[in-house]
Design a protein around this ligand. Structure first.
Ligand code: ATP
Length: 558
């Protein structure tokens, strides 16, 4: 049926529609802007030149002479849609849609892209207007929400998606990016909500709902949590190490023997001499090694420790010297550097050096002499620069005499010998040590620091401490576990009698099995006073009404 052309005068200078019917060359309708003969001729010509026809739809731009005389050219965006029977072109002047025009002018498949945005199975679009009414929901999201196509259009956004914030964004004009929105108990989506402006005013909001990525985000979140835990763990470790390291720089103790030791550490730390640290077990030899390193020339260089008593003799060699790829079955395929190599530029601390097997003593001696380290299975050595610090609680003289430690190695190791005093030789350090251990235990375990009852320091000073500072630390921590949380009492320490300890002093006024020597009481009273005065011996002496020299005399005679 031939159709009459529906022409509507070009009153609308911004928007127009052209409609063609199959087999009819002239459009059957020319409305608005498209009613202008120049516009419709230009659009028709542009459409004809597109060989592929309208198909499922195309989007392009066309320059047409302005309907008003002298206005030059007008750029139009044309959306052409059609099927076999009817083809429609919607024409819109560029106006302020310059970005859209640029996009259309630059991308031949602009229509496909816009289409993809609307039908993207991984990212849905929702559109609400200024009144918060739903204007559009991508098909994929409609399906997800269980809606019939178009069923949500015109309904309040919150009715369609209960926790939708599109209306708020459409009102405020403020975007919300990367929000996590709950769609039911187990479904979380990443949502961006962006306001849409027209002529400077907000006209609505678009929501972009991401269907993928939440799992990846969850995985990322889990990884982040895991890394946070690790960081927390390492921070704790670091603060413990710093406790050690800082203690290394400031070993607890202001007794005369400890002050002398600290001066000696300062004197040798910067020199390139091997240091042998002697002292009873648990007296702080490792701490002294750390102090030597920390106060040395390059505290950032590695401090590598190897406890020779803790390793089976068969492993000591490979641990020290490392091994070449394929050196022995069970070894790492690519080989491994030994502690000597790892200490390059820094310090190698050999703890319990007396426990080194005889045959390895020879090899170690050679390394100390020529600084060449040869991995097990290697044919050549490597020059390594390091400082050696060794420690032992054993009587090296006796071991040398009985032929179990090489004299030449002893000389190589003992450039300088530092002697760490036993705790019983410096009981006046007990208050400060107790404070330090109690503080670090409470910090580590997140518990408040209790007060220390009078009598505790005196009681501790009476113990024999065969395990030295390590034993004191253990006793303090154990007492903290069993104390009432507010006050650390003598009873918390005296729960069980240490079989190695001297008998504990009974508090004054209570019956005791043995008479307490006056000297011990005096000594204990001085320690208590030092503890009460935060380690200040001058104030302690003043408080007790004794001279400082007498205080030192009593302490020295302990
Ligand atoms: N002067 C000190 N100040 C603070 N803490 C100390 C001090 N001396 C020792 N300690 C603590 O006592 C414990 C034992 O110290 P360390 O391991 O250094 O002793 P050691 O003499 O090397 O022992 P071993 O002979 O068993 O190897 C550690 O917890 C250490 O931090």
């Amino acid at each position: 049926m031939p159709s009459a052309v529906h022409d509507q005068p070009a009153e609308n200078r911004f928007l127009g529609v052209l409609v063609w019917q199959c087999g009819v060359s002239e459009p059957v309708a020319r409305l608005g802007l498209a009613a202008d003969p120049l516009v419709h001729a230009a659009v028709a010509e542009a459409l004809r030149s597109r060989a592929q026809g309208l198909g499922g739809g195309v989007l392009f731009h066309v320059d047409v002479p302005a309907p008003c005389e002298g206005a030059g050219m007008v750029r139009c965006v044309v959306v052409a849609l059609g099927d076999d029977a009817v083809q429609v072109a919607i024409v819109r002047t560029s106006g302020e849609a310059a970005a859209l025009l640029d996009f259309v002018a630059a991308v031949p498949f602009a229509f496909a892209i816009l289409n993809m945005f609307l039908t993207n199975p991984y990212q849905a679009i929702t559109v609400a207007d200024r009144e918060g009414l739903m204007r559009y929901i991508s098909p994929v999201h409609e399906r997800f929400l269980g809606l019939e196509p178009g069923a949500a259009i015109g309904r309040p956004a919150e009715d369609v998606i209960p926790n939708s914030r599109l209306p708020q964004v459409a009102r405020s004009g403020k975007a919300e990016i990367g929000d996590l929105q709950q769609f039911g108990p187990d479904v979380t989506r990443i949502v961006n909500r962006v306001p849409v402006f027209e002529e400077g005013a907000v006209v609505g909001a678009v929501g972009q709902v991401s269907f993928s990525g939440v799992e990846a985000l969850n995985r990322l979140q889990q990884r982040l949590n895991q890394l946070r835990d690790e960081v927390r763990h390492y921070k704790r470790e670091l603060s413990q190490l710093k406790g050690g390291g800082a203690a290394a720089a400031a070993l607890v103790g202001s007794s005369a023997p400890m002050l002398r030791l600290s001066r000696e550490i300062d004197a040798v730390a910067r020199l390139d001499v091997p240091v042998l640290i002697l002292g009873e077990s648990g007296s702080g030899k490792e701490l002294v090694a750390q102090a030597l390193h920390a106060r040395g020339r390059d505290a950032d260089a590695p401090l590598v420790s190897l406890n020779l008593a803790a390793l089976p003799a068969t492993l000591i060699e490979s641990e020290l010297f490392g091994y070449q790829a394929g050196a022995f079955t069970g070894g790492r395929k690519q080989g491994q550097p030994g502690k000597l190599e790892q200490a390059e530029g820094g310090t190698l601390f050999l703890d319990e050096v007396a426990d080194i097997p005889m045959e390895i003593q020879v090899k170690l001696l050679r390394v100390l002499e020529d600084r060449q380290v040869q991995r097990l299975g290697a044919t050549e050595g490597r020059r390594i620069n390091f400082r050696i610090v060794a420690a032992t609680h054993r009587d090296l003289r006796a071991l040398i005499d009985s032929g179990r430690f090489r004299l030449d190695l002893f000389y190589r190791l003992s450039g300088v010998v530092l002697q760490v005093p036993a705790l019983r030789q410096r009981v006046e350090d007990i208050p400060a040590l107790v404070q330090r251990f109690a503080q670090s235990f409470c910090e580590r375990n997140g518990i408040p620091l209790p007060r220390i009852a009078p009598g505790v320091m005196g009681y501790l000073a009476q113990q024999s401490w065969p395990g030295n500072v390590r034993q004191l630390r253990q006793r303090v921590e154990e007492a903290l576990v069993f104390c009432d949380g507010r006050l650390l009492n003598v009873e918390d320490f005296a729960r069980h009698q240490d079989p190695l300890a001297r008998s504990a002093q009974q508090p004054m006024g209570q019956s005791s099995h043995a008479a307490i020597p006056l000297k011990s009481l005096e000594h204990a009273a001085i320690l208590e006073a030092i503890a009460r005065n935060g380690g200040n011996k001058k104030r302690a002496a003043q408080e007790l009404g004794i001279s400082r020299s007498y205080l030192y005399k009593v302490l020295g005679g302990a």
